[in-house]
Design a protein around this ligand. Structure first.
Ligand SMILES: Cc1cc2nc3c(=O)[nH]c(=O)nc-3n(C[C@H](O)[C@H](O)[C@H](O)COP(=O)(O)OP(=O)(O)OC[C@H]3O[C@@H](n4cnc5c(N)ncnc54)[C@H](O)[C@@H]3O)c2cc1C
Length: 506
């Protein structure tokens, strides 16, 4: 029996496989699709924006170089200038189709931002992300079994079983990472609640007879919205039909052309349609991410429209949050209730993303009220504060897990502190342990991790920019668990270490 069976080898399932395997679990991934490659994962349809918070995950596990290479980005992550003050981001993105200018981000106002190899988002593809994670999973000894469609789940107090036809895959824990139409979610009895759609959206790769009739970029119109991307023939469109289009079949060329004409107000002509996919802004989330020995992560736990480019980022965040907690539970050194902090922390972040996409759908609605709100928002987003606010939301830097604790850094993603010897926090996190960083010179925390060395790595030395802090304890998922001042309290450190990592081994 494996420690963990993961259903679904999408990006979230693969990252979770890497994380739990790195933390010492035996992991099997079962995947319905026989082949990993698909035109839906490649450029242009598989293009995905990774936020800085997601890029940081790759940095911390030593996979950033591979990610950049697989994404066709010719950049050496180690060659970033060793500045100690943050620089403006390369891009911000959009809110409800309103593009924002990165030069308007007030970098000085961003909380706890430090420069580093992963300070910016990356434009990549699903294919690239999955290739990098598959390779790492293989290095870690994870087995991925393809052509296995899970159709039944059973569990008792000791184990859970995923069944596919005649085959049974038993484990101490089964994790559904099987996407927005998750079978595991229904089979394990999760409640899935939220709001019904207002629009049907389409992404289409087609030969367009007269593309010049479509304006480049996002175009909110009196009847919906369309997007003409720089890739030839690749367009997106939203029609506010209440989600009425029957998505069980492939939309015809005639239907797509009619929708495009309606939302663009042009007589544009679509010739051959090569690929098409539809989606809605249905926004739903399971009420819990755990039912006994079955858990969910990624789109299996939450669905929403792609507005704001957040689903993948949200799912990768779920995977790093869950992997080490699962492993600590398997190995028996998890403090009481550790696994349940997964739902508590990630459900709240997911709910925030669902609302972010709902807000955009409400603003884009083609009616006079929404148009009036658009005008107000355009003014607000044209300000430095407005752009900075959206950047914080999209980059993941506003995410704060509620861990209790008063210091405003606790619960946030740790800044990539650089010690004077050049070592970065990200470098110290390769093996998936937590990190105790002690910036002081008299080392009050020295040896405080003793007995927990397999779970916490201690590193001491002055930092190039310590943001005025004396010490930090960072969890394996990069979340700050505790912050000490210039004269850190060793007792408080040990309490935090006990709370997240368990007590010292005898
Ligand atoms: C047009 C569009 C643009 C997007 N752009 C962005 C973006 O820029 N940034 C962003 O963060 N997000 C974006 N997203 C969302 C993002 O693609 C998803 O959130 C992400 O792919 C979810 O990953 P996942 O691993 O949870 O699920 P999936 O990628 O859906 O993977 C699930 C896997 O489970 C397998 N599976 C399903 N059922 C079974 C079964 N019964 N048994 C075994 N295996 C099964 C599937 O074959 C699949 O491999 C976009 C989405 C769309 C539609």
């Amino acid at each position: 029996m494996h420690d963990v069976v993961i259903v679904g080898a999408g990006p979230v399932g693969l990252l979770l496989a890497c994380e739990s395997s790195l933390a010492g679990c035996s992991v099997l991934v079962v995947e319905r699709d026989p082949e990993p490659r698909s035109p839906w994962k490649a450029d242009p349809l598989g293009m995905r924006g990774l936020s800085a918070a997601s890029v940081e995950i790759f940095h911390r596990r030593g996979m950033l170089r591979a990610l950049l290479t697989a994404s066709g980005i010719d950049e050496d992550p180690d060659a970033k200038p060793d500045a100690d003050e943050p620089s403006p981001p390369r891009g911000v993105g959009h809110f409800a189709g309103m593009m924002l200018d990165p030069a308007d981000v007030d970098v000085a106002a961003l909380p706890f931002r430090l420069p580093g190899p992963a300070a910016d988002g990356v434009m990549t593809t699903l294919e690239a992300v999955e290739a990098v994670l598959s390779e790492r999973a293989a290095e870690l000894g994870v087995e991925v079994r393809r052509g296995v469609a899970v159709s039944a789940i059973a569990q008792d107090d000791e184990s859970a079983v995923a069944r596919a036809g005649e085959h049974e895959y038993a484990a101490r824990w089964v994790i559904g990472c099987d996407g927005g139409r998750s079978a595991v979610r229904g089979l394990a009895g999760f409640d899935f609640v939220g709001s019904e759609p207002q629009f049907t959206g389409y992404v289409v790769l087609a030969d367009i007879a007269d593309p010049e009739k479509l304006r480049p970029g996002f175009n909110p119109t009196p009847t919906g919205m369309y997007l003409r991307t720089p890739a030839a023939g690749y367009i997106g469109m939203l029609e506010f039909d209440g989600g009425a289009f029957d998505r069980s079949g492939r939309p015809t060329r005639e239907h797509l052309q009619a929708v495009l004409r309606r939302v663009s107000g042009t007589d544009v002509t679509l010739n051959d349609v090569h690929l098409v996919s539809s989606f809605t802004d249905r926004a739903k989330q399971t009420t819990t991410y755990r039912q006994g020995r079955v858990l969910l992560a990624g789109d299996a736990a939450h669905i929403h429209s792609p507005l704001g480019a957040q689903g993948l980022n949200l799912g990768l965040g779920d995977a790093v949050n869950l992997g080490w907690k699962l492993a600590a539970t398997v190995h028996g050194h998890a403090p009481d209730g550790l696994l349940d902090t997964y739902t508590r922390e990630r459900h709240a972040i997911g709910a925030g993303v669902l609302d972010w996409t709902r807000a955009q759908a409400a603003v884009m609605k083609p009616d006079p009220h929404a148009r009036a709100i658009q005008g107000v928002l355009r003014d607000l987003l044209g300000t430095r504060d407005g752009t900075t606010y959206v950047f914080e939301r999209l980059s993941g830097s506003s995410n704060r897990h509620d861990l209790g604790g008063e210091h405003p850094l606790v619960g946030r993603n740790a800044p990539d502190f650089r010690l004077r010897d050049g070592t970065r926090l990200g470098d110290l996190m390769r093996d998936g342990r937590g990190v105790a960083l002690d910036f002081g010179t008299d080392r009050p925390l020295h040896g405080a991790e003793m007995g927990r060395e397999s779970r916490i790595r201690y590193a001491a030395g002055p930092a190039c920019n310590d943001l005025g802090l004396g010490a930090v304890l960072v969890r394996p998922d990069g979340v700050v668990a505790w912050v000490g001042d210039r004269d850190p309290d060793r007792g408080a450190f040990e309490q935090a270490a006990d709370r997240w990592f368990g007590g010292p081994e005898a």
